[in-house]
Design a protein around this ligand. Sequence first.
Ligand SMILES: Cc1ncc(COP(=O)(O)O)c(C=O)c1O
Length: 459
Amino acid sequence: MHSSDSSKAIGGISRDRIAQLRETEGAAFRKARPKSQAKVGNGLPGFFGGVPMHWMNDWPTPFPILVDNAKGAAITDIDGNRLDDFCLGDTGSMFGHSPPPVARAIRRQAGRGLTYMLPSEDALAIGPLLQQRFGLPFWQIATTATDANRFALRVARAVTGREKILVFNGCYHGSVDETMVRLIDGKPVNRPGLAGEFRDLTRTAKVIEFNDVAALEAALKDKDVACVIAEPVLTNSCMVLADPGFHDALRKLTREAGTLLLIDETHTISTGPGGYTRKYGLEPDFFVLGKPIAGGVPASVWGMSDEVASRYADYNRTKEPGYSGMGTTLSANPLQFATIRATLEEVMTAENYDRMDHLARRLDAGLTGVIDRYRLPWHVARVGARVEFICAPGPLRNGAQAETAHAPELEAAIHVALVNRGVLIAPFHNMMLISPATSGAQVNRLISAFGAVAAKLAA
Ligand SMILES: Cc1ncc(COP(=O)(O)O)c(C=O)c1O
C-alpha cells in the first residue's frame, strides 16, 4: 500500500501517486466548470494577482470556485456544482451561511442605518450576554479578531508596563505583528515569508513550544512578559491538543510572574457555547473571539477581567491625553450589534452545539475508520465541532511537530479530489467544521468521499 521507496513518500503515499491524483482531479475540476473557467480561469479582471484577496490563490483548485450562493452548510458555484461546505468561510460561517436569525437581524437593521459611532438598543443587550456567557465583566467590540488581539495586547502592555509578549510556536492570531515569530531549529526568528518586515520581532516577542511547561517557566522568570497570547488548542498548525495539566500550569506560572493571559477563542469556540474557556474552567485575563460571533458579519469581541479593567482605568487616569491607538471607525456599529445579539441569543445555543458535537464525533469516527481501513499513517484530532485529519501519525504535541506533519502537496491533491466528490474543506490544512445546519447525510457523504480518495491513494 505505502510507497516502497519511503524517501519519495509523503504521508505514506508516493510522490508519483500524489502528482497523478492532482493531475486527474485538476482536469475533472475544470471539466465540471466551463462557465467558471471562462470567467476566472485567468484571474478576476482588475485585481492584483487575479483575486480580490490574495488568500483566494491559496486554494489548491486550478482556479477559485466562483460562488453563486451559499445557504446553510452548502455552497453552489456558477456552474451549478453544489458542495457540502465544511470550510464554512474557515470559521466565519461556522454557524452556517446566513443563519436565519442573523439574516432577519440584517434585514431589520438595513433600513435603520449601518454605522453611526453611537450605540443602539441592541448594544444594551449584548454587554450582559457576553458577561453571562464568557464570565468576564468588561467588553469591547472590534471588527476583526486581529484587531481584538492587538487592542487587548496594547492594554496588557499599558497596565503591566512591560514590553514583551509570549506566543507558542506555530500560533496564528491574525496579522498581529508581535505574534509573527517562529522557532526554527529551536531558535526564535521572524516568521518566514513576512512582507516588508525590517524589525527583529523577537526583540519584543518570546516564542516557546506549546505544552512545554519548563520552557514557559524559564521564559517568564525575568518578569518582563506583559502577556501570553494563546489558543487553548493550537488550531492553526495542524491541530495540537493541550496536555493534561498544561492549562493549569500556564495559569499558575503567568500569575506568579505577574504576566497576563489572553485566551484567543476565535477557532476553539467550536468547543461549546462558552468556548474552551467555559468548558474547561480556564481563567483568562483577556478573552478574544472574532469570526463567527456575528454569524458572518465582520465583528469581534474582547473582554477583560475586573482586575485588568481597574488597572486600565487607573492607567487612563494618569496617561498623557491623546489617541490610545485602539479602535477603528466602523467598529461597534449597529449592524454588528444586531447580528451579535442574534447570534448570541438564537444561534450559539446549547441545542445547536449538542447537535454539532454529535455530528463531529460521527465525522471523527468515520474518518478514523477510513484511515484504519487503509492502514494509512495518519490521524484525526478534534476540538468540539472542529475536526482535522492530519497526514502523519499523532497526536502532535507542539508547533514543531505540526510543521513536520504538514504535507502540502498531498493535502492539495486530497482537497481537489474531495471537491470533485462534492465536499469542500478548509484550504490551508485539513480542517472541517460542523455547523448547526450540517446534516447527517452531509457528514456521511464526506466520510465516503474521504474513503474513495483514500482508496485511490492507497491502491
Ligand atoms: C485563533 C485565531 N485568532 C485570530 C485570527 C484572526 O482573525 P481575523 O482574520 O478575522 O482577524 C485567526 C484567523 O484565522 C485565528 O485563527
